[in-house]
Design a protein around this ligand. Structure first.
Ligand code: FRU
Length: 493
């Protein structure tokens, strides 16, 4: 049965979503059908298609009572909108249907697990509570489970918070049982990832504290994910209130890969490596899916709470998801690269080899707003330059600058002239390595974003941009002489 609230959302999104022209949206990044989007949710493969749900408030361009928007795709690049899957319309989730995930059940149903937020009346007032809830569906319509919520504060061990208890990420075990990780905040004020198990996906119990941060990496740990990758196990988490550290982490809402070992018997994870997931200004709350051909693919919110307050003038949607990224392990660290499906969108190729960049250099044919470009900087002639810059999605006034400073080994992403009128973080840096006297930067541009992948995915830097769409120049400059190779493909649908 479709509730009144969900029917209202369907009516609204059909009417107002259809008014948004193709050119007002990115070419291959998913945006909300209309209104506001934050985290990706329920990223899964079901009945031959990828499903993506998202935190959704169709009615405004700000966060509001959370619905789940819904879209499907065969290649994770071309998305088709489906009607919103859930509205905050039950007792367990009347304040919002927060983030969660999806799997296919043994019976072939699509099972969504999400955080239902409700108000609990108590002596002397009321308090919000976060609980874990379920909905079952056929890939289009979803019915909330009659026994919601299925995990509440009563399932938590002592010292874990009933208020910060959210974002379940589900999977099926090889024996057919179900498991999920959920973010929590412990009584030391900082984050933890809790592991729960279920024989049938419907009745759940606490298993163990998979990992906790004891105030080492931020406070509340949001949106956990957990999976094997090669020989390792990986926790993905988005900590709030991070402290900045060594150009690896910035202050605020951050994201981390924890790479390590998993003792399944004890339900414990041991960390070996901790690394930032993305060093740009606009990335948060990533979630992964295992594709039918065995790839682990991650998508994040191409935005961050620290920057999401800026809504471009005239916009009718706000928030987008990143390009899906394939994860691999190299030397014990996680690398991320654009999904290989992107190559099917490649059109005209323009390439230059060993060309020299001086004061201000342009290369004929190297321009555009929707492109896949690899710039390889030669670093073997030391002392030839101390700053190399590439300014994209711009002209003399506008642009996003990617700068490399070989003496300090720092890569910088500056989106000072990218249209943001709200201030906040505009410049980010990270440390990069020369590999065989080369630094390789793969830059993916869509109409509203820049994503940079360093050395085949060792680091990523992501930024949302709002420069006028006619500005597609790419300007190169060096304070000395920099030798580069450039290979550019236009992208088209
Ligand atoms: C992360 C988050 C989640 C929560 C959702 C609410 O961005 O804060 O923890 O479920 O957004 O929209």
């Amino acid at each position: 049965m479709t509730s009144e609230l969900l029917a209202k959302a369907h009516q609204y999104e059909t009417c107002y979503g259809a008014q948004i022209g193709e050119w007002e949206r990115p070419m291959f990044h998913l945006t909300p059908r209309v209104g506001w989007m934050n985290d990706p949710n329920g990223f899964s493969f079901y009945k031959g298609e990828y499903h993506m749900f998202y935190q959704y408030h169709p009615y405004t361009l700000q966060w509001g009572p959370m619905h789940w928007g819904h879209a499907v795709s065969r290649d994770m690049l071309h998305w088709k909108y489906l009607p919103a899957a859930m509205a905050p319309d039950t007792k367990a989730d009347h304040i919002g249907c927060f983030s969660g995930s999806a799997v296919e059940t043994a019976e072939g149903k699509h099972l969504l697990m999400y955080t239902g937020v409700h108000r609990k009346e108590m002596d002397g007032g009321c308090q919000e509570r976060q609980t874990q809830c379920l909905a079952l569906g056929d890939g289009i319509t979803y019915e909330k489970w009659k026994n919601n919520p299925v995990l509440t504060e009563d399932d938590l061990p002592e010292g874990f918070s009933p208020v910060d208890f959210r974002d379940p990420k589900l999977w099926r075990e090889s024996d057919g049982s179900y498991a999920c990780v959920v973010g929590n905040r412990t009584d030391d004020g900082s984050g933890a990832v809790l592991l729960f198990r279920s024989p049938d996906g419907l009745s759940w119990h606490f298993n163990s504290v998979l990992d906790r941060c004891r105030n080492e990496y931020g406070k509340m740990w949001e949106c956990p994910d957990f999976f094997p990758l090669g020989e390792q196990y990986v926790i993905v988490v988005s900590p709030q209130e991070m402290q900045a550290k060594d150009l690896e982490f910035y202050g605020g809402d951050g994201t981390m890969f924890l790479v390590g070992r998993y003792d399944r018997e004890k339900g414990k994870f041991v960390r070996d490596v901790v690394q930032a997931i993305d060093h740009g200004t606009d990335f948060y709350a990533p979630q992964t899916v295992l594709t039918p051909d065995g790839r682990r693919v991650m998508v994040g919110w191409l935005q961050n709470w620290g920057t999401s307050g800026f809504v471009p003038e005239g916009a009718r949607w706000h928030g987008q998801l990143t390009l899906p990224r394939e994860l691999t392990v190299r030397n014990g660290r996680i690398c991320q690269n654009p999904i290989r499906e992107l190559e099917t969108m490649r059109g005209n190729r323009t390439a230059y080899e060993s060309v020299t960049v001086g004061d201000h250099t342009v290369f004929p044919g190297i321009s555009g707003r929707e492109l896949d470009m690899t710039v390889t900087i030669h670093t073997d002639d030391e002392g030839l330059f101390s700053r190399f810059e590439m300014r994209a999605v711009g002209d003399e006034q506008w642009g996003v600058t990617i700068a490399y400073m070989p003496n300090s080994g720092i890569l910088e992403l500056r989106r000072v002239y990218a249209g943001n009128t709200q201030g906040g973080a505009q410049v980010r840096q990270c440390r990069v390595e020369n590999r065989d006297d080369r630094l390789k930067l793969r830059v993916i541009l869509d109409r509203f974003s820049v994503e940079v992948f360093v050395n085949d995915g060792e680091q990523a830097m992501t930024a949302a941009v709002d420069t006028p769409k006619a500005t597609g120049a790419i300007l190169f400059s060096s304070d000395g002489r920099t030798v580069i190779d450039v290979e550019k493909y236009e992208l088209s649908n």
